[in-house]
Design a protein around this ligand. Structure first.
Ligand code: AP5
Length: 218
């Protein structure tokens, strides 16, 4: 099963991708995570992408398509992919169709996560992650069980993303509405879209996504 999670910044794509990875044995491919790793490593790609990401704009299609193409054959991808944050433009969606077709695969389902813009700003500005294992948290919606200690690895250092401030979030939302939202029509025409209410709590969204995978899941 190859699954695309489509939704605005802060909709919960990363949160649900992690749950799907754990629950269904799928391989998560997150272009945001890959780009942040490239920025941290100081690679040529990271140098090109870093400033664009800090402005909340989209990195050029050719760079992210190359990144996804390189990762598609790595790791335990046999059971399928969860694509988190890719595709984000029609050109990326067409490239994804080509890359999968070359491997006798296809996008099986597209989950559209709907969340109000104002809720997204609150979600993103409250987000943080463990500096050691990367587990994601939120000041209000998903705090650590013991204050200041990661539930997963016991780490005590946490980080916040550079692009998680209100001004940049507004610019990321603008990019989403202008360049990514048209993908809903693209995939609706292929009969692959299921919509979930991303305003519900994390566990409810997870259940709704599982229901939306009926008939696709092995
Ligand atoms: P990327 O890393 O993909 O960021 P994004 O799409 O803006 O999405 P986020 O990671 O911010 O949010 P999310 O939907 O994963 O939400 P999360 O689960 O963390 O991209 C970053 C940048 O990289 C882009 O701006 C662009 O520059 C570049 N880029 C990446 N891919 C690209 C591409 N394909 N093409 C071009 N450029 C690209 O949840 C958010 C918070 O809310 C968390 O704290 C979480 O705990 C909480 N939360 C989650 N679900 C719920 C819920 N149901 N209720 C309450 N709180 C919740």
């Amino acid at each position: 099963m190859n699954l695309v999670l489509l939704g605005p910044p802060g909709a919960g794509k990363g949160t649900q991708a992690k749950l799907l990875e754990d629950g269904h044995g799928l391989t998560k491919l997150s272009t945001g995570d890959m780009l942040r790793a490239a920025v941290a490593a100081g690679t040529e790609l990271g140098r090109k992408a870093g400033e664009i990401m800090e402005r909340g704009e989209l990195v050029p299609d050719e760079l992210v398509i190359k990144l996804i193409a390189e990762r598609m054959d790595e790791g335990a991808a046999g059971q399928g992919f969860i694509l988190d944050g890719f595709p984000r433009t029609i050109a990326q969606a067409e490239a994804l169709d080509r890359l999968l077709a070359e491997r006798n695969k296809r996008v099986d389902r597209v989950i559209v996560m709907e969340v109000d813009d104002e809720a997204l700003v609150e979600r993103i500005t409250g987000r943080f992650a463990c500096a050691n294992c990367g587990e994601g948290y939120h000041d209000i919606y998903k705090p650590t069980k013991v204050p200041g200690v990661c539930d997963r690895c016991g780490g005590t250092q946490f980080v916040r993303r550079k692009d998680d401030n209100e001004e940049v979030v507004r610019s990321r939302l603008k990019a989403y509405h202008a360049q990514t939202e048209p993908l809903i029509d693209y995939y609706t025409r292929q009969g692959k879209v299921r919509t979930v209410d991303g305003m519900a709590d994390i566990a409810t969204v997870q259940k709704d996504i599982d229901k939306a995978l009926d008939g696709v899941c092995a």
